[in-house]
Design a protein around this ligand. Sequence first.
Ligand code: MG
Length: 387
Amino acid sequence: MKKIALIGSTGSIGVNTLKVIESHPDKFRVVSLAAGKNADLLLEQARKFKPALICIRDREQAALLKSKLARTGIRVVWGEEGLIEASSCANADTAVFSVVGAQGLRPLIAAIKSGKNICFANKEPFVIAGELINRLAAKHGVKILPIDSEHSAVFQCLEGKKKDEIRRIILTSSGGPFRAVTSRELRKVTVRDALNHPRWKMGKKITIDSATLMNKGLEVIEAANLFNMPVDKIEVLIHPEAIIHSLVEFIDGSHMAQLAIPDMRIPIQYAIGYPERLDSNGLPRLDLTHVRRFHFEKPDMEKFPCLGLGYEAKRTGGTMPAVLNAANEMAVGSFLEGKISFVDIPLRIERVMKKHRVVRKPGLEDILESDRWAREVFNAGRSVGCR
Ligand code: MG
């Protein structure tokens, strides 16, 4: 029986994680749940899964939850301190992270230090602090298991393989909703167009990142950090059917790939069940005669400059990935608020990156300081109205 701390329980990954847990009641038990703002859903989840502890961001909401859960024995905590408590909850052995953005970093580090295996869906901590996380995971003897579908695929292909047998890692991408539009049309896309992803149902931030291909840029950095590979051995391949979730080419020219229907419950289940492979309990199965054709193309780096920015940030290294990530979070926020256009997103990120003085071999404080700096510089750029 694995005892799970679920950090980010009301988002799309969190909800799907609970579905996986529910379909294997003999394998998993929830011991803590943490959410941002959705108190109603958190309450419902707490009543159903009966964890020892729940956490919500806001103090008033925590007080309300506390009164509603009186006499259940469920403790209610709040804020960043609460999030750290939920992540390092003493009776959990596995922590699942799916909070948006860089805010998950401190709780993630707390979970590693308390000896939990980490299943992570939110890539940002691994993008901005991959080396630090690897170092800590090795020190505390914990496993780091990816939930991101591409990285789960690569992880599965690499099981039992030696690193010097790898020629390259090929991350697939559906290409997002604007794969077939022209650069000219791209200038006019609206928030609504960008939120309409053709293959995956996800939160807003990651859906916009998928439309700009920044999601793939972040995934390139994530893969380099997770598999300890030079960034130039990681390639991106557009595959609109989203059935092949990624590939590895070995030195003898053999390619291995992982294929499945595009449903996040499959990589979630692989990560939390690891090293066991569990039954998919009634999920639709992949029928290749139904898919019939696979398509592949190279990504258009000119139309989607965010992908190139991802490579550039990792090549530069140090604190630059943290700056890329923070500037991107700000740019996506501004786009969603209607303050900048879709094609402004990469321009605004690049402007912040150009101003950054990189810190080599950064510690946690350097990373958090660069994150803060990038947000401030992004805002300064906005207030003087440069476009
Ligand atoms: Mg992905």
